[in-house]
Design a protein around this ligand. Sequence first.
Ligand SMILES: Nc1ncnc2c1ncn2[C@@H]1O[C@H](COP(=O)(O)OP(=O)(O)OP(=O)(O)O)[C@@H](O)[C@H]1O
Length: 597
Amino acid sequence: MGFKESVRRFWPLTRGDRRWILLVCLSAILAAFAETVAILVFAELTDNALQKGSVSAFWAPAGLWLGVAVAGGIVGYLGNSLAAWTAERFVMRLRARVFAHLQKLPPHFFQRNRRGDLVERMTGDVDAIEALVVSGLVQAATAVFGVIFYAGAAFWLRWDMALVTFALAPLFWIATKRFTGRVKEVSRRERAADGAITSVVEEGLVNVVLTQAYNRQRDEQERLGREARRWLRASVTSARLNELYEQIVEVLETLCVLAIIGLGAWEISTGRMTLGELLAFAAFVGYLYPPIRDLGQLGLTVTEATAGSERLLEILDARPAVTDPDPAVVVPAPSRAVGAVEACRVHFRYPGGKNEVLQDFSFGAVPGELVVITGPSGAGKSTLAALLLRFYDPDTGSIRLDGIPVNRMPLDRLRRNITLLPQETLVLHDTVEENIACGRDQVTHGDVVRAARAADAEVFIAALPDGYDTVIAPGTSRLSGGQLQRVAIARAMLRDAPVLILDEPTTGLDTLATQRILAPLRRLAEGRTTIVITHDLDLAMDADRILVLDEGRLVESGTHTQLLAGSGLYSTLFHTHPPPRNGSPHPLAHPSSSHWR
Ligand SMILES: Nc1ncnc2c1ncn2[C@@H]1O[C@H](COP(=O)(O)OP(=O)(O)OP(=O)(O)O)[C@@H](O)[C@H]1O
């Protein structure tokens, strides 16, 4: 991917700020103009005030110089501040756009890309693109106008000397060209290594308990060390290339300066030039180097930015697995669904996956009904939840809510009507109150307290250091698994959607913790269409219907008693499933102990 493509893709993000960018360029032109005037005044001062030793010839040019310097300073200050503001707004907009797109991408995208690398793309690569699209443009305009003014003034002073000096200019371009390809390759490696380091650190932090428990500290350090060495190599190569380039340019500059001094000495000795003119000429050529160098550097910035663009466009070009339907095909329906859920002859394979994860799967559930989906690991149970929430569309067959195919209703409407309680409770880095309230808009403190009470969470929340205002965060251990689950139940209560999907609600909980969440879960399930995905067959006993999945197929369906009477997979799973924890009979394991109702 090249420069043009990068600009074509990212330039639209400058909409709304283009007049400011133009203003910044104008201020750069004015600053270059002020500099040119100052140098000419300096030549006049040298010839008339310094060489002739005349104080009276000093005042007028000095005043002019000071005026120009102050005006140039103000313009420069305003221009640079505006440039920083515009650049940061661009970064904000680009990051928001990529982040918004990321949020639409399907689960498998995040399974296939490391989190740390995505973070690096959202930070380092976004900055690199800004350096191309906004700062790069301003830098280019500043450099081009600098070259025009200073070269123009040098020609105006002595065109013949200017020609000789500028004959050396192509050397700068050759030097830049030779470095461009290498720099692009190295900066791509550097960015990828940056991403890998962030990933290792991030994964290390998430898995720190596992690392310590399994004595894997050294392995983790080695993993970081490996990535750090790759980064070091790329980073040092990049610094080395940049330094080499700088030094070559420096030598070329010295060559130019020597040429001017030599020619100037000759010209002054023959009386064709004054000292003031020579100094002004040398100053113009000297002032010419930074913009020429900037133009050369710009080449390097462009190459670095195109490497970043490629990585960012990989995200932006990843397609969401599902999109909102065309308004023309949306079936009108009340915002709150009744809650009848149906899957009809569903076949599904994950994008890029080899096998069908669900095959010819059909079922239905209505409000007030409790359907348990069970089966061996990998049977496709969680996939079904993903299809009901429309994270993916089935390859064939349909999923319906209240008889309407889910791909014919806005995603927002569908998901508002379903509450998912995933295996791992989602925790926001926020207060307990916000963590409960986040399920719905416009929630009062009273609503939160009522939901917490119904979820049996009130007592432990009150015991927290700041009660409802206690800040919790993902991965912190302030709340136990069971307590977190009850926060999630309170959130679901408040959300009050007609369809409820519980994915392994008792995973990781001991008997007591399980017992504590059953009553709140029962209250939550009341009157809703409840689908429970579980291995825990204690939960299946008084389900209205149990669906047994095996390798993506529905192999059995019925009540606990019906299925146990047969000798199918359910009965095998039930008789081999772990005995009640802590040795005593599971208080809920008895078929007569109705723990859902
Ligand atoms: N993103 C994915 N890409 C490809 N295959 C996937 C993806 N996610 C899951 N699978 C595969 O789909 C199959 C069903 O997975 P699923 O998570 O639905 O099973 P499950 O019955 O819920 O298992 P468990 O009880 O262990 O949670 C598995 O073979 C799994 O490897």
